[in-house]
Design a protein around this ligand. Structure first.
Ligand code: AMP
Length: 316
């Protein structure tokens, strides 16, 4: 089995959405990612929490098989983020970001962590992402994510990191801001020119794009009428995507990458149905696969023999 090492935030989130609110609830990019990816591959989490981090959250993660030997407990307060969502569920307005223990965090990976074949540099300071990557032995696949907070404060560090990344995930507005381009297609072109062979641009409720080589692939979202809390959608998407890919051990096959997009969409769809990690804590693989098949069935458009014939005739 191809183990995935993830470095990212483990957080206490305070969130207001169109359907309610939650205060100091379990969150963080590495948390959401791990809870999604664990269904497909072993996950090692590298990060830091403060002495105020509730024990029950650690228990929850470790009971679900996530290796927490790289999750340090430091003196001080846990990373906190607070945000608000308006009608457009794909855009979070950040109200406050308190790095707290992440300010002085300098991860030291042990031998078992350094050997992981798949690395996910989840949303966190790009300097920390680079520090972790530099300690890895020879990962077969490196993927990364970021967000506007870091694009605004450390754009150069992100660009340098991308030279060493195979798959990059970002939101539409973040891609446009990072690449300084007016639309996601142009932005993905620019980002791909910096290094990643696969660029995934997430468009929230409007689905996602994947650029491989010169080709763009388009994906709808799983249709949900009732979204409660979009927080963590991006990280659970990456968790489903990379988890599935790690389970195949093949990282450059277009069909595998398309299935990975579908698994990403499915995991994200479960996550947004409730606040914090509530709806993804007790998922099982059977339920995930059921929604995966439902999703790919709904997406497929049957080819029309007649249209194909007339197209061939026109070309002849
Ligand atoms: P997303 O999947 O994009 O919705 O990510 C949501 C998670 O990102 C939340 O649980 C936050 O704790 C975390 N987060 C927000 N801002 C930052 C930041 N600047 N660095 C790291 N993690 C963050």
């Amino acid at each position: 089995m191809n183990t995935i090492l993830v470095v990212g935030s483990v957080a206490l989130d305070t969130v207001k959405t169109f359907s309610g609110a939650s205060h100091d609830a379990l969150g963080g990019s590495a948390t959401f990612f791990s809870l999604a990816a664990r269904h497909f591959a072993p996950v090692q989490l590298v990060g830091v929490v403060g002495s105020d981090f509730p024990r029950e959250h650690r228990v929850l993660l470790s009971e679900r098989g996530i290796d927490l030997s790289g999750l340090k407990i430091a003196k001080g307060k846990t990373f906190r983020w607070s945000g608000r969502y308006g009608k457009d569920a794909s855009v979070a307005k950040t109200l406050a970001t308190h790095l707290n223990v992440f300010k002085d965090f300098s991860p030291k990976l042990d031998e078992a962590h350094r050997k992981a074949p798949v690395v996910f540099l989840a949303n966190i300071d790009p300097a920390l992402q680079a520090e972790v990557l530099a300690q890895m032995k020879a990962p077969a696949l490196v993927a990364a994510d970021t967000m506007n907070f870091w694009i605004k404060s450390k754009p150069q560090a992100i660009k340098e990191l991308l030279a060493k990344v195979d798959i990059f995930f970002c939101n539409e507005d973040e891609a446009e801001e990072l690449a300084e381009r007016p639309n996601p297609l142009q932005a993905a072109e620019v980002i791909a020119s910096w290094g990643p062979s696969v660029v995934v641009v997430k468009k929230g409720e409007h689905g996602a794009l994947m650029k491989i080589g010169s080709r763009f692939y388009i994906f709808p979202p799983f249709p949900l009428a009732d979204i409660k809390d979009p927080t963590g959608a991006g990280d659970t998407f990456a968790g489903g995507f990379l988890g599935y890919l790690a389970s195949t051990g093949v990282y450059d096959d277009v069909d595998h990458l398309k299935r990975a997009m579908a698994y990403g969409s499915v995991l994200a769809s479960f996550n947004v149905e409730d606040f914090s990690t509530k709806n993804i804590e007790d998922l099982d693989r059977e339920g995930i696969d059921e929604r995966f098949h439902d999703f790919v069935d709904r997406m497929s458009v049957p080819r029309s023999d007649e249209l194909l014939k007339s197209r061939k005739a026109a070309l002849a």
